[in-house]
Design a protein around this ligand. Sequence first.
Ligand code: SF4
Length: 508
Amino acid sequence: MSGAQGSDLNRNPPHPGRLDHAEGASIPLHSRVREAQPRGAVINGDQPIDQAGAAERFIAAPEHERMHDARLWDLRQKRDRQMHGIAEWEDLRRLASEIKEHALTHLDHYLEQFETNARANGIHVHWAQDADEHNAIILSLLRDHGVKRLIKSKSMLTEECGFRDFMAESGVEVVETDLGERIQQLDDEAPSHVVVPAVHKLRSDVAEVFARTLGTDPDDDDVHYLTEQQREKTRPLILDAQAGLTGANFVVAETGTFVVCTNEGNADLSANTPPLQIASIGIEKVIPRLEDLPVFVRLLSRSALGSPITQYTSHFRGPRRGGELHVVLVDNGRSERLGMEQFWTSLKCIRCGACMNTCPVFRRSGGLSYGATYAGPIGLIIDPTFNRHRYSSLPFSSTLNGSCTNVCPVRINIHEQIAGWRRVLAETHELPLMKKVIMREAGHLLSHPALYRTAIATADSALKHLPRFMVYNRLNTWGHGREVPAPPRETFHQWYAANRATKKGKPA
Ligand code: SF4
């Protein structure tokens, strides 16, 4: 699913009488000041991502942080209103979860069924084991057809595969058709959110990007002006492209078809304008039957944007007359994830982004601070499956409050899996040295009650007297941006001994 909601292009106050999604209408948001856009995490080879450092830079741009938080919380509230409007919401979630779990535990069967039916429909089916194979298959298709320009609708899988960079190196021009994604492409940035790729940008940021890349007026950030200019500049490129690429939200084994949901109709542009259509699809997207589809369609947009349905839910069954349709089914680590007992159910994800919209860490740090294709709560589970060392810090970027689990439309136990990754990373020695030392000492302390009580009492009285620089320094990352609570006058055990215990130490 995709949309232009990434920028605040569509955040103008609704006109009276305009047809909105009823309660789904967005609150108007306007930035108060011009402020430079904070950039995301710095990628340093395979070094662990410094998400906290990137988050600190994001927070240091208060207008960006305020707008980002407000936009995503708005989406979360709209999602809640939609959920309350459907009495059978929890039944739908349960059903969606069961369908996905059934499909994932019979994945080979349903993929083969899809392949047979898709071929019968006239679709060419390819299999790619990893990102390199995916890119190579598509490049060879493009070369066979003499393609110089490809138009593409938003697809997180192609982000996973580094597709745009690969194509640029191979001499094929790629033009994004989703507005938010196009903004990100022009700014040479990855999407910061799976549904709203430029949600971290202010209108002034978009004006700056367009002025730099499309030659628009840098001082004009009027939404109509910006969208019109982008449309005028990009339409000719779209109409002239020789191939189009989409992702897929769902793949129906029974019919050999696939479904793409967008709000801008841009997947239909990508699919129908040029003669060659290609779809990059993760193997976990398969569902057994057409009658399973409405369960997900009812959940997807409501969970993502708080709107009852996406504007375009397009079914692709075969090539258009005189054209060709190719589907590339991509594994890229999914089979391996399927074999991970604690984490396999993360494959149920339908990429609605609800867990990101509700996550306090994501809302205040921006998606690019995670330095990975998938940000937010679901990213903390998926990313370490791609590279355990590089993404070893990410599962700690969570409060484990469980809100992500509560909103997930396919009932993934997200916060439990994040906690699971912390355990795995500790067991496989992927913790930073300081965390490792602290955890070891904490473990020792917690397993010796007498020592623990003495240490707590000593720490409490020391905190009252230590000079500030000894408490707030580089070693106390917890104290960055917040105060350590004032130590209590007495510990719980001291209070309990004085007020509740008998002389023998038993409760009174
Ligand atoms: S984990 Fe759940 S809430 Fe998060 S994006 Fe996936 S389906 Fe949506």
